[in-house]
Design a binder for this molecule. Structure first.
Ligand code: AMP
Length: 284
């Protein structure tokens, strides 16, 4: 596996990779890799001849009081994991390579980014859309792989690719991969390592109570009541607070107050012991 930390290195390594032909997949990450990330890499390997993974803790998607400095960084360990998975090239730029001084551009996707994490984390999705657009332009992959774990992020990236007529990758080649979970149902996340043993045990209430809420909604319960019960049970189960618990249209992410015939999604963000966890599941 080659590693590039500057754009020149990336271009040289890519020229070598593409000289032999074959398709290229991109798997963007912020590192601190776990089985969720590695599942994206495995799906990418199945679909394309070469996989390029990126590791970049993107400062512009963190708010002023968020965990940018504390975010786990373990490049050597991550690099070994990616190499073992058959990744051809690791793109691990420094902040200066990504945002040289004088950088002034931002991509803002309205609609799908308005609610939920977009409302709770102002500017977050502008940072995501901008850095992912840059990664697409730098790597020009045939396909790009993202986790459904960050469901709203996936919707934002698809809307950006569609609206800006991106061709490498085309919107249809932005592949969503189902969320990989721990044995007790908790969605894998780099942030799970912040949890104390007690909070980690209590965190399993999130997927468990989401499933209970979905069962109630699908059985005809009032959506507002089901969501209120979900929030109450999370707090009773050890969560400090719930940023949002919402039912939304699975495509547009428009909030819903009743279960429609079209696919819907339950989206939740909740805080436990200072850590903010997000999860989402299909409804209906
Ligand atoms: P991150 O490093 O958290 O920015 O995540 C990088 C990519 O991995 C994103 O597309 C995430 O949605 C995806 N991802 C993170 N956790 C999981 C998971 N538990 N299952 C599937 N994909 C995931």
């Amino acid at each position: 596996m080659q590693t590039a930390t500057t754009l020149d290195m990336l271009r040289n390594a890519q020229a070598g990779l593409r000289a032999g032909g074959g398709s290229v997949a991109l798997v963007p990450t912020m590192g601190a890799l776990h089985e969720g990330h590695l599942t994206l890499v495995r799906e990418a390997r199945k679909a394309c001849d070469h996989v390029i993974a990126s590791i970049f803790v993107n400062p512009t998607q963190f708010g002023p009081n968020e965990d940018l400095d504390a975010y786990p960084r373990q490049l050597a360990e991550d690099s070994a994991m990616l190499e073992a998975e058959g990744v051809a090239l690791l793109w691990a730029p420094g902040v200066e390579a990504m945002y040289p001084s004088g950088f002034v551009t931002s991509i803002s996707v309205s609609g799908v980014s308005d609610n939920f994490c977009g409302a709770a984390r102002p500017g977050h999705f502008d940072g995501v859309a901008t850095v992912v657009c840059k990664l697409f332009n730098q790597v020009m992959p045939d396909k790009a792989f993202f986790g459904e774990k960050d469901y709203q992020q996936l919707a934002v990236i698809r809307a950006m690719a569609r609206d800006l007529d991106l061709t490498r990758p085309h919107v249809q080649d932005i592949i969503g991969v189902p969320t990989v979970r721990e044995a007790d149902g908790l969605a894998m996340s780099s942030r799970n390592r912040y949890l104390s043993p007690e909070d980690r045990a209590n965190a399993a209430a999130l997927p468990r109570e989401m499933k209970a809420a979905i069962a109630a909604i699908e059985a005809g319960a009032d959506v507002g009541n089901a969501l209120a019960t979900l929030e109450r049970r999370l707090v009773e189960g050890g969560f400090a607070s719930v940023d949002y618990a919402a039912l939304a249209d699975a495509q547009s992410l428009a909030p819903l107050t009743s279960l429609p015939p079209a696919p819907a999604r339950l989206l939740v963000a909740a805080r436990i012991g200072g850590t903010r966890l997000i999860d989402n599941m299909a409804v209906g």
